[in-house]
Design a protein around this ligand. Structure first.
Ligand SMILES: Cc1cc2nc3c(=O)[nH]c(=O)nc-3n(C[C@H](O)[C@H](O)[C@H](O)COP(=O)(O)OP(=O)(O)OC[C@H]3O[C@@H](n4cnc5c(N)ncnc54)[C@H](O)[C@@H]3O)c2cc1C
Ligand code: SF4
Length: 441
């Protein structure tokens, strides 16, 4: 089990957050690509949400046609480079590789994808073409993976595109959320820059679209609007003492970490509340930031956690402890967090019950709440006739990604409630095609 010292320099930070899927070299890529069996009806393609022609790009890598391989990848997925390292490949493309049935490690599809696209991005080769102008304009709200993918596809179809982004960097959770041992800020930003240079869409930063007036202006100025706003801040737990100093949402904690790196100080004892992938990331990251003791706590059993098994294993291998069947009932401390009071839970007749007779305190200096992100309902309420149901997840047509207000299209976390980058990339691309079909009707 690893033990990490608090990083005090960027070099130490990088050491603690060593890349899980490091860039392959040409020899490794040549060897790995030689393993592909080029299956008929390849199951890996079906398992990829963006349906990349995986056997084709692997063949292109093997024949040293790396630019061709990148074109194959980007033609299906505009975030092809990032996805190569952030996708949960074990449950997607690589999980479907036929080698799994033969007790042989699957082909490292993600790393090969990252190898090819990285090489092409670094070479600055132009491989995309802006479509002939169709005289129409699209406004995109949010420069996350969904918004960027929508912009790229729309430009190839001849639209003018402006993205309005609340923050000062593009790519949404790719720079603010995904664990730094999966991808670095530089790599994320390099891909967006590469795409933007060739496809020439504009991003207007530090501009949150948050009022009816702004939306009306966009409706007047543009032919269609794409909502790629993702999800919001970490949801409140409504626990006694939640407002104490030292209680933070996981998304906010990770965002600070992604921006400040070694300059973020993580105290010695951390409690993480939650059982999803974000909880695993937050726990793993606080351990890598040198917290002496990080305890992951979940209200149900290990088998009932929402997180992928490999994400849990990663947290444990970083030195995280876990505590199952406990629910937080209060945050204790005098102004500042000193611990979390938990009650044990037990499953009785299929219902999870809290046993208030079995209560104890876990001492800590920081509490990270990884209990889900709030939805962006406040924005949806401002849009006429936008159906987002009671749960504030925008409803769209499955094929065109058009919402109940025909001028608006949507994709990514805003329509699925929180999934993966690759899903957002798919939605954004398909929405641009949906807008194109609608405006050409
Ligand atoms: C902690 C964490 C770790 C994750 N790790 C992984 C991973 O390892 N692999 C993986 O595939 N997926 C991961 N995900 C999920 C993945 O990041 C998301 O599914 C994906 O980023 C969704 O893309 P999106 O474009 O829909 O939204 P986002 O990435 O959230 O982007 C939305 C953008 O819209 C902007 N915005 C929001 N509201 C407004 C507004 N009103 N006006 C202007 N701009 C606005 C935001 O600033 C943001 O830039 C993770 C998520 C989290 C929270
Ligand atoms: S985009 Fe993700 S799921 Fe699709 S082939 Fe690439 S790594 Fe696999």
């Amino acid at each position: 089990m690893a033990e990490y010292k608090p990083p005090t320099t960027e070099a130490e930070f990088k050491k603690n957050f060593k890349q899980k899927k490091p860039l392959m070299n040409a020899t490794e890529a040549f060897y790995e690509s030689s393993r592909c069996l080029f299956c008929y009806d390849a199951p890996c393609i079906k398992a990829c949400p963006t349906q990349i022609d995986i056997p084709l790009f692997i063949k292109q890598i093997h024949t040293d046609n790396v630019t061709g391989a990148s074109k194959t990848i980007f033609d299906s997925n505009w975030l092809g480079n990032v996805c190569g390292v952030v996708c949960p490949t074990g449950v997607l493309c690589e999980g479907a590789c036929v080698y799994n049935h033969q007790d042989v490690p699957p082909i490292q599809i993600g790393r090969l994808q990252n190898f090819a696209t990285n090489k092409t991005i670094n070479s600055e080769k132009n491989i995309f073409k802006v479509g002939d102008s169709n005289g129409k304009k699209i406004a995109i709200i949010g420069a996350g993976p969904a918004g960027i993918a929508c912009a790229c596809e729309a430009r190839t179809l001849g639209f003018e595109v402006d993205i309005y982004e609340a923050k000062e960097l593009p790519s949404g959770l790719n720079v603010h959320g995904v664990a730094p041992y999966k991808i670095t800020n530089e790599e994320v930003l390099k891909e967006v820059e590469y795409l933007q240079k060739q496809l020439k869409f504009s991003i207007i930063y530090n501009t949150s679209i948050a009022s009816k007036e702004q939306l009306k202006q966009l409706e007047n100025d543009y032919d269609a609007i794409f909502l790629g706003v993702g999800l919001g801040k970490t949801r409140e737990l409504r626990l006694e003492g939640e407002d104490k100093e030292g209680v933070i949402g996981a998304v906010e904690f990770i965002e600070e970490l992604r921006m400040k790196h070694h300059k973020l100080v993580v105290p010695k004892r951390v409690v993480v509340i939650g059982g999803g992938n974000t909880a695993m990331d937050a726990a793993s990251e606080s351990a890598r930031m040198g917290a002496r003791k990080t305890v992951l706590t979940y209200r149900n059993s290990k088998d009932n956690m929402g997180a992928y098994g490999f994400e849990y294993d990663l947290a444990i291998s970083a030195g995280v402890d876990s505590l199952f069947n406990v629910t937080p009932i209060a945050i204790v401390g005098n102004g500042k967090v000193e611990g979390v009071k938990f009650a044990k839970t037990e499953m009785i007749d299929g219902n999870l019950q809290t046993n208030m007779k079995n209560v104890f305190v876990v001492r800590c200096d920081l509490v990270i709440k990884a209990t889900g992100q709030a939805k962006q309902g406040h924005l949806y309420d401002l849009i006429d006739n936008l159906d987002a149901g009671n749960n504030a997840i925008i409803k769209v047509n499955d094929e065109t990604f058009q919402t109940s207000n025909p001028k608006y299209f949507a994709g990514g976390d805003a329509i699925n409630g929180g999934s993966e980058v690759v899903n957002a990339a798919y939605d954004g691309k398909m929405a641009a095609q949906g807008i194109h079909s609608w405006l050409n009707k």
